[in-house]
Design a protein around this ligand. Structure first.
Ligand SMILES: NC(=O)c1ccc[n+]([C@@H]2O[C@H](COP(=O)([O-])OP(=O)(O)OC[C@H]3O[C@@H](n4cnc5c(N)ncnc54)[C@H](OP(=O)(O)O)[C@@H]3O)[C@@H](O)[C@H]2O)c1
Length: 238
């Protein structure tokens, strides 16, 4: 589970552990990671923290190796949740921002799937869940870089469903609307304004997104391949 030290990732790690998974909590921040792990263990769950900066390909590959080791040679579920979402005018976007966002949001999931999906396919089962955003579906001013990176993730979700699905690996995505997390804390009332455009009229909670991720990762979704599940208060539907 990448990006599990915060927000949606931390909530999902807790939920998956509650449902019996041994969760690898990945992120860069050891203090936050250890506290997520401690909370899971306090409730009787199984979790371990692995530090990795996913903008570096070698670090991504090392994470995949450590996940397999911790899982006793197997990884059944991969959740590509780590992401960054800098907003701003296209003309003010620097090359280094382009590289950093694509490295984390697109290349890291790509390398992790390349490292872990073949073994899942060989065993004939596994589930991969990618995190998208409503900005991947709807053109939004100031979100060209972020939205385009997640649009790539949505297409990759379908391409990987075609590639690995016939060998038993289900690949799906969750597309959240605005959710209050550590990462969106600075948005303040802008997040409420964005959320107000949707039928639900409010931001979602990390737990509401975690429920959708856990559904797609679990056997209840056994016939669901290549889906992008909007959990956005209805924003992209109206
Ligand atoms: N919150 C929303 O409104 C919203 C809406 C739609 C989609 N999403 C998507 O949902 C996902 C989670 O969002 P969130 O709001 O829960 O995020 P968040 O609170 O900002 O947390 C981001 C997570 O990603 C990890 N991360 C960031 N940079 C990393 C790097 N270079 N290497 C490894 N890990 C890194 C962070 O861990 P460390 O700091 O420990 O590295 C943290 O665990 C993202 O993909 C986001 O695009 C969020």
């Amino acid at each position: 589970m990448t990006g599990a030290t915060s927000g949606i990732g931390a909530a999902t790690a807790a939920l998956l552990a509650e449902r019996g998974a041994h969760v690898l909590v990945a992120g860069r921040d050891r203090a936050r990671g250890e506290s997520v792990v401690a909370a899971i263990r306090d409730r009787g769950g199984r979790a371990d923290f692995v530090a990795a900066d996913l903008r570096e390909a070698e670090s991504v590959r090392r994470l995949a190796r450590e996940a397999a080791t911790l899982g006793g040679g197997r990884v059944d579920i991969l959740v590509n949740n780590a992401g960054s979402y800098p907003f701003g005018p296209t003309e003010q976007t620097q090359d280094r921002d382009l590289d950093a966002v694509y490295a984390l949001n697109v290349k890291a999931p790509f390398h992790l799937v390349a490292a872990l999906a073949p073994a899942m396919a060989e065993r004939g089962g596994g589930a991969i869940v990618n995190l998208s955003t409503i900005a991947a579906e709807t053109g939004m001013a100031g979100m060209a870089l972020y939205g385009s990176s997640k649009a790539a993730v949505e297409l990759l979700t379908k391409a990987w469903a075609a590639e690995y699905g016939p060998r038993g690996v289900r690949v799906n995505a969750v597309r959240p609307g605005p959710v209050r997390t550590e990462g969106t804390a600075d948005m303040g009332e802008d997040l409420d304004a964005l959320a107000a455009q949707a039928p639900a009229g409010r931001p979602g909670t990390p737990q509401e997104i975690a429920e959708a991720i856990a559904y797609l990762a679990g056997d209840a979704a056994s016939f669901v391949h290549g889906a992008v599940l909007s959990v956005d208060g209805g924003r992209t539907a109206v």
